[in-house]
Write a protein that binds this ligand. Structure first.
Ligand code: SF4
Length: 444
């Protein structure tokens, strides 16, 4: 078999797309290798959400160039969001590259690789598919992929929200959902191959099913249907948008035991003027109201969020409103970034009035506050028993296994290796909290 080297930058959707390419290529005679120098085909699945990721990818491309020089038959391709964003320009910057493919090209990877081989010219494929829904056809036969105890399933791609700072609507296109039956079939298959927990994935999962399907299906209905699949022990989803987060979804948390008590709900800012400028379509008060309702319904809900500091025009007091909100909600975890302008986005044209030094200082204060909140939240678990889905053996000293609890804390724990295996659900008594990691002792 020929060998393909795959590398992924960015979000879980990219990880899922890379897995899909591996599967499609396997069926056309490629096996994955961990060594780029052994490969006949190299595919780098890219991200363009932030400038830093973009710079890293261009640097990697330059580092891969010598492999093309020693092996002219090597096919070197870049897929994903940066490839979509740059298109032909990527080739102009990196003329030794053979393939530039946007996210909608994933399903066509085999044909596109063949096209490069046959025509011996670079191929760029960045048009969006015209289908109204999103299909990931099942492949029959042997597979190189074995799901872990936790596995990811795409349910929707693209985004219609057009937040002013975000490239996603330009790189992933408009929202398109998968038919429920297709998702159910994939989950059943993954469960039959050993998956215990499924994470439903999309840029905005709560927008699932609004159009393009045989019949509209609200997101909460999908949750109930997936939760009824036999053998599935845990269900999660990410990412959500506050504007689309419904009361029915809160009820689903109450009704469905396997829907774990964790929600990642990006807020981005704690100030209403900045939220409006970002075109987030909700206020701070509306965000707080969702969280309060949710915490009333499910008191031990774990919460995480995304935060951007230093958005164009953000004043010191507007920034401090974000700190106030963080203190109020007490997030377990936050993904925190300082704003950087992205190509094609409306905010790119706004005067970037916050100096880099101020952005960095604000980011540091946000990180420090989150560290404190994480520690406070983690310490609440000490002495308590939590259910941990075992993902693997642990490489940490003093721990035998690692996994996650319902609230998405990483848990390292000691336990009997003759009795515990990945995929098991184990009761662990928490003895220590450090950063976003809990440590404890398995009690079965
Ligand atoms: S909702 Fe999320 S993915 Fe969509 S535009 Fe806004 S930040 Fe980007």
């Amino acid at each position: 078999m020929k060998q393909v080297y795959l590398d992924t930058f960015g979000c879980q959707m990219n990880v899922a797309d890379t897995d899909r390419m591996e599967l499609l290529l396997f069926h056309s005679g490629y096996i994955r290798t961990g060594e780029a120098q052994d490969a006949d085909l190299i595919l780098i699945n890219t991200c363009s959400i932030r400038d830093k990721a973009e710079q890293k990818i261009y640097s990697l491309a330059r580092n891969l160039k010598p492999l093309k020089e020693v092996n002219p038959d090597l096919i070197l391709g870049f897929t994903g969001c940066l490839a979509q964003q740059e298109g032909e320009q990527f080739l102009e910057k990196m003329p030794f590259v053979d393939l530039v493919i946007g996210p909608d090209g994933v399903e066509h990877i085999v044909r596109l690789v063949d096209e490069v081989k046959e025509k011996n010219v670079p191929v760029v494929r960045t048009q969006f598919d015209t289908d109204t829904n999103y299909k990931i056809p099942e492949l029959s036969g042997e597979t190189p992929l074995k799901p872990g105890s936790t596995t990811f399933v795409n349910i929707i791609k693209g985004c219609d929200k057009y937040c002013t700072f975000c490239v996603v609507p330009f790189t992933r296109g408009r929202e398109k959902s998968r038919e429920v039956e297709e998702i159910e079939q994939e989950v059943r298959l993954l469960v039959s191959r050993g998956a215990r927990e499924v994470v439903l994935l999309g840029q905005n999962v709560n927008a699932y099913g609004k159009r393009g399907l045989k019949r509209p299906v609200p997101f909460h209905e999908l949750l109930y249907r997936i939760a009824s699949i036999s053998g599935l022990e845990r269900l999660r989803f990410t990412t959500s948008h506050p504007k689309d987060f419904t009361r029915e979804c809160i009820s689903a948390y109450q009704d469905l035991d396997i829907l774990v008590n964790h929600l990642h709900l990006p807020v981005q800012s704690g100030n209403n003027r900045i939220l409006k400028e970002m075109r987030r379509m909700h206020t701070v008060e509306e965000y707080i109201s969702i969280i309060e309702e949710l915490k009333t319904a499910v008191p031990d809900m774990g919460l995480s969020t995304d935060i951007i500091v230093g958005y164009p025009g953000e004043s010191e007091s507007e920034f401090e409103d974000t700190l106030v909100l963080m203190e109020k909600i007490k997030f377990n975890n936050s993904y925190m970034f300082s704003y950087s302008p992205r190509p094609n986005t409306p905010a790119q044209d706004f005067p970037d009035s916050v100096p880099q030094s101020v952005k960095s200082a604000r980011l540091q204060r946000t990180i420090e506050l989150q560290k404190k909140l994480t520690l406070e939240q983690g310490e609440k678990f000490i002495g308590k028993e939590v259910d941990v889905l075992v993902e693997s053996e642990s490489f940490k000293s003093g721990a035998d296994f690692r996994g996650r609890n319902a609230q998405y804390w990483s848990v390292n724990f000691t336990g009997d290796k003759r009795q515990i295996s990945p995929g098991d659900m184990v009761k662990v008594v928490v003895e220590e909290a450090s950063g976003h990691v809990l440590r404890g002792r398995g009690v079965l």
